[in-house]
Ligand binder design. Structure first.
Ligand SMILES: Cc1ncc(COP(=O)(O)O)c(C=O)c1O
Length: 399
């Protein structure tokens, strides 16, 4: 590091000021754990904001994905189609259940699941299943055999909505339920509707780096009351209604604590502001850098898409600019500025490389050339300017 300037982080937690008021109530009433008024209020605030009927606040977004898959009946030997360009937390719960992830590549416009590849994957898995059954290799009995993948997990990466019209049309055509991983996309809309509300269930994350945070936490959202009631039951150790502790199913300890939900209540008071600030970060980088050939940004493809622009990422064409993603990252680091390569697609991860894939090369290219820039809502104008100056210095040298 060649500077003594204060570090600029990629995406730090940003408190709104009201959080401690809610936490104080939890302390004053000794309603520390578990559950309580803050959890109820946080769930209601999320439901109102997202325009969804039912919400269960959980310990993480990963827990929400795990429960969603259980609720859809995913079992060992089943297949679940998922976006390959994502964080590992989208895929891990599929493997927890002994099911097989089928990894689908991105389309260039949104960086999210390519609808054509999705349909190719569904047809491909159906054909393969039929072949295996004909050869007597499928462990499913002919009567219970699931010829199709059990679920589709579509991710809204970096806050950009996936092409939900096409994805839902394909999922409905084959009658496969959709789970939307909107962990990074609270506040993002497709055709005016919050993402996470198109499929059977949606997943949110309130991890420390997200647009709002409870330090750690997540939620499962749905218009289906039965699903959310069941998720609440499973997340609370699956306790049967009985005067003693009785269990007829395997349960999980996945509920959010009343103290952390207090942080969430405070954060929901500033969610609109946070969306504006993230979008303003994107506009700042975009407007100042768009004239440089060889730099590209994840723009909303058309008016149907409204992104919260959780993280602003830049794609560097090394052939045009003469600099690589690594060069840029190194220069930023030398100025005590944190940046991060785009997610490494799941089909390139050693732990997931054995699973079936439907690829176009889009996400691999994005990974090789993309860098996430500091995008926190707590960044000052001076800090944004500091990041820009480093970027301009690198680019001007060569462009
Ligand atoms: C795309 C995506 N899915 C799932 C998760 C998991 O959320 P959590 O960290 O709350 O478990 C995250 C974030 O961490 C994420 O970015």
């Amino acid at each position: 590091m060649l500077t003594n300037k204060k570090r600029i982080y990629l995406s730090s937690p940003h408190m709104g000021g009201a959080e401690q008021k809610y936490i104080k109530v939890a302390f004053d009433t000794n309603w520390i754990a578990p559950l309580g008024a803050n959890v109820d209020a946080f769930e209601e605030a999320i439901a109102r904001y997202c325009g969804i009927k039912h919400v269960v606040a959980l310990s993480s977004g990963t827990a929400a994905i795990h429960l969603a898959l259980i609720l859809l009946g995913v079992k060992p030997g089943d297949e679940v189609i998922a976006s390959s360009f994502t964080f590992s937390a989208t895929i891990n719960p599929i493997v927890y259940l002994g099911a097989t992830p089928v990894l689908v590549d991105s389309e260039p416009g949104t960086w999210n699941m390519d609808p054509d590849l999705l349909e190719e994957a569904i047809k491909g898995r159906r054909a393969q299943g039929a072949e295996r059954r004909a050869q007597g290799k499928s462990h499913h009995s002919p009567l219970t055999a699931h010829r199709l993948p059990k679920a589709i997990i579509v991710v809204h990466l970096y806050g950009m909505p996936a092409n939900m019209d096409r994805i839902m049309a394909i999922a409905n055509k084959y009658d496969i339920p959709v789970i939307e991983d909107a962990a990074e996309a609270l506040g993002s809309k497709y055709k005016g509707k919050q993402v996470g509300t198109f499929g059977k269930m949606g997943v949110l994350s309130f991890n420390g780096n997200k647009i709002i945070t409870t330090s750690g936490g997540g939620a499962l959202i749905s218009d289906d009351k039965e699903m959310i009631d069941k998720a609440r039951f499973l997340a609370t150790q699956a306790r049967d209604k009985a005067p003693h502790y009785q269990h007829s199913q395997i349960g999980y300890n996945y509920r959010m604590s009343n103290v952390l939900a207090g942080i969430g209540c405070g954060q929901m008071e500033v969610i609109d502001e946070r969306v504006k600030q993230r979008r303003s970060n994107f506009s700042f980088y975009y407007e100042n850098l768009k004239k440089y050939q060889g730099l590209k940004f994840l723009e909303e493809p058309d008016k149907s898409y409204f992104s919260n622009h959780w993280l602003t990422a830049v794609i560097i064409d090394a052939e045009i600019t003469g600099i690589t993603r690594e060069d840029l990252q190194k220069q930023l680091e030398e100025n005590n500025i944190e940046s991060r390569p785009l997610w490494k697609p799941m089909h390139l991860q050693p732990v997931f490389s054995v699973y079936p894939t439907y690829l176009s090369g889009v996400s691999e290219r994005l990974f090789q050339n993309g860098l996430c820039l500091p995008s926190g809502t707590g960044m000052t104008d001076e800090e944004r300017q500091r990041v820009l100056e480093v970027l301009l210095k690198c680019i001007r040298k060569v462009c």
